[in-house]
Each structure stands twice: as structure tokens, then as C-alpha cells.
Design a protein around this ligand. Structure first.
Ligand code: BV8
Length: 254
């Protein structure tokens, strides 16, 4: 494995534009359950695919709202792990680093990454059901006793400003992500099963153009098949070793 990490570092060290695509696996070591690992306790009996949909929300607003409150609680307690911090450190080693994340937890920004594309939105933002009023924070409904809260502007139900299944991704985020997949010299993929579209197709666009694709995952995923190098292991362990190997190639003056 160390030789593979050194090989990956050698090939990344000369890269100008790096895209880093992440999924829920990179937040696993921050204590946040991944999307497809069966959760412990109460939520184990619900399928996220049923909960992360507008139909699911309309069917049972209180249940879905409580699921997001549960996940918000995990996010509030979570700190960036060594994998997030290593990804943020890449910005000091390579000229252009952009994180494209499927995660809604904001941990890349908390770790210091300065250019983060949130493909699936953020658990910290809320909007009203029909999307007319957006960008609310928890402070905007703090005074409401009834949950789920109502839009302070129009009185419709509020919902997390995340992308549910069957919903379009934010246009600007999607466009930037695909432009980057088409233009980057390399894509480092970490912590995603590669199940969810259209995010999962990004590495395939990069690979098709001959960009370097490196995949980091403790288990087999749908990305390894197009990766030039597959580094098997948890992000919190593999990513710091990869970034240290790049740093070592640069020598003490960086
Ligand atoms: C849309 C936000 C179209 C909410 C999420 C083809 C093209 C387009 C769409 C589709 C298509 N085929 C199917 C679709 C529909 C659907 C889809 O992809 N379904 C899949 C399941 C088959 N896609 C959509 O609905 C998308 N919308 O395309 O709209 C459209 C067109 C016209 C008009 C209207 C609409 C919207 C998709 C977004 C859904 N929202 N999240 C929330 O988070 O609450 S997706 C959800 O899954 C999360 O964002 C999560 O991040 C994401 C992806 O999953 P992963 O991150 O990969 O997580 P997973 O658990 O699967 O894997 C974790 C991995 O980590 C594992 O591999 C594991 O081994 C690894 N791991 C574990 N520990 C570690 C680790 N890795 C590193 N370190 C560790 N320690």
C-alpha cells in the first residue's frame, strides 16, 4: 500500500488543477453515519431513499423533519477528521484545488477548504416547500414551537435546503462540477459508493479525457473500475499519508 500511495503522490505532485469528489464516507470518522450503512437504533428501520424525497416529506413531514434534526445533531457534534484536514492541506501544495462534495455537513469548509461545491445542498440551510423563499437558517424559525416550522415569508412548510432524490441539483453547482470534471488534470475521489447520479458520473468524465483518477475507499465502489490508482482504506488514514507523501516529494521548502 505504501508504494501505491507514493505512486499516487508522484503523479499528483505535478498536477495544476485537482478536483476532489467526496461522499459520506469521508465524514464517517467524524461520527456521521454514511448513507447506505444501516444506521444504529431508531433510524435503522427507515430507508434514506424513502426519507430523502419530497414525497416522503409530504407523506410524513414530522418523521422526515425529525430525521434531519437527528442528522443535524450529529453534524453539530462532529469535527472535521484527518481526512477533511488532509484535503484542505492540498490547497497549500497544488495551485488549484476544488472540493466537489455530495455531503451536506459543511465539514470540508470547517476543515479549511476554501473552494467547496455542495452538489446536494446543506443541512444548515432551509427553504420553503415550493422554493420561493430560500437561504433560511435555524435562527429564522427559532421562535416557532410547532415542528416542522413554517416559512417566515409565506407560511408554507419549511424543508432542509438539500437535494432530495428526484430533484435537480443546484444549476450553478452542477455546471461548475461538470466543467471541472472536463478540465481538471486529476480527480481524487474519496468516500463515495458511486451509487448516486449525476455526481457518480463525474469521475467517468475525467477518466474518459485521460485525467488521473485516484479512488480512496475501504470497500469496493463503482469508481475503482475507472481509477488509475485505487487506495483501499479509510480516508482518515489514507489521505493524510497521501498528502504527506506529496509534501515529502516537495522537500522542506514545500
Ligand atoms: C436527479 C442529499 C434528475 C440529502 C442526496 C441517472 C441520472 C440522473 C439521475 C438518476 C440516474 N439514475 C438514477 C437517478 C435518480 C437518483 C439516483 O442517483 N438514484 C440512485 C440511488 C440510483 N438521482 C437523483 O434523484 C438526483 N436527482 O438526478 O434529478 C432530474 C432530472 C430532471 C428533472 C428533475 C430531476 C438527486 C440525487 C441527490 C440525492 N440526495 N443527499 C441528504 O443527504 O439528506 S444523495 C445521498 O447519497 C448523500 O448525498 C450521499 O452523500 C450520497 C451518495 O452516497 P455516498 O456519499 O456515496 O454514500 P454511501 O453510503 O452510498 O457510500 C459511502 C461510501 O463511503 C461507501 O463506499 C463506503 O465504503 C465508504 N466509506 C465508509 N467508511 C469510509 C468510507 N470511505 C472513506 N473513509 C471511510 N472511513
Amino acid at each position: 500500500m505504501e508504494e501505491l500511495i507514493r505512486e499516487a503522490a508522484r503523479r499528483l505532485a505535478g498536477v495544476h488543477t485537482l478536483a476532489v469528489l467526496t461522499g459520506s464516507g469521508v465524514s464517517r470518522e467524524s461520527g456521521i453515519a454514511t448513507f447506505r450503512d444501516p444506521e444504529e437504533g431508531l433510524w435503522a428501520r427507515y430507508d434514506p431513499m424513502d426519507l430523502a424525497t419530497q414525497e416522503g416529506y409530504l407523506r410524513n413531514p414530522t418523521l422526515v423533519w425529525q430525521w434531519y434534526e437527528h442528522r443535524f445533531g450529529m453534524v453539530e457534534k462532529a469535527a472535521p477528521n484527518a481526512g477533511h484536514l488532509a484535503i484542505a492541506r492540498l490547497e497549500t501544495l497544488l495551485p488549484q484545488v476544488t472540493v466537489i462534495t455530495q455531503n451536506i455537513d459543511g465539514l470540508h469548509q470547517a476543515a479549511g477548504s476554501t473552494d467547496v461545491i455542495e452538489l446536494h445542498g446543506s443541512i444548515r440551510r432551509y427553504r420553503c416547500l415550493d422554493g420561493r423563499h430560500t437561504g433560511f437558517t435555524r435562527a429564522d424559525f427559532a421562535g416557532q414551537s410547532e415542528m416542522p416550522p413554517k416559512c417566515p415569508r409565506c407560511g408554507a412548510l419549511l424543508r432542509p435546503e438539500v437535494v432530495w432524490f428526484g430533484e435537480m441539483l443546484p444549476r450553478d453547482a452542477l455546471e461548475r462540477a461538470f466543467d471541472l470534471a472536463e478540465s481538471c488534470d486529476a480527480m481524487l475521489v474519496a468516500g463515495t459508493s458511486g451509487e448516486v447520479q449525476p455526481a457518480a458520473s463525474l469521475p467517468f468524465y475525467s477518466a474518459r479525457r485521460g485525467a488521473l483518477v485516484i479512488d480512496v475507499n475501504p470497500d469496493q465502489d463503482n469508481i475503482a473500475s475507472v481509477a488509475d490508482i485505487y487506495l483501499r482504506g479509510p480516508g482518515g488514514s489514507v489521505l493524510p499519508r497521501l498528502i504527506q507523501a506529496i509534501q515529502d516529494l516537495r522537500g522542506p521548502n514545500g
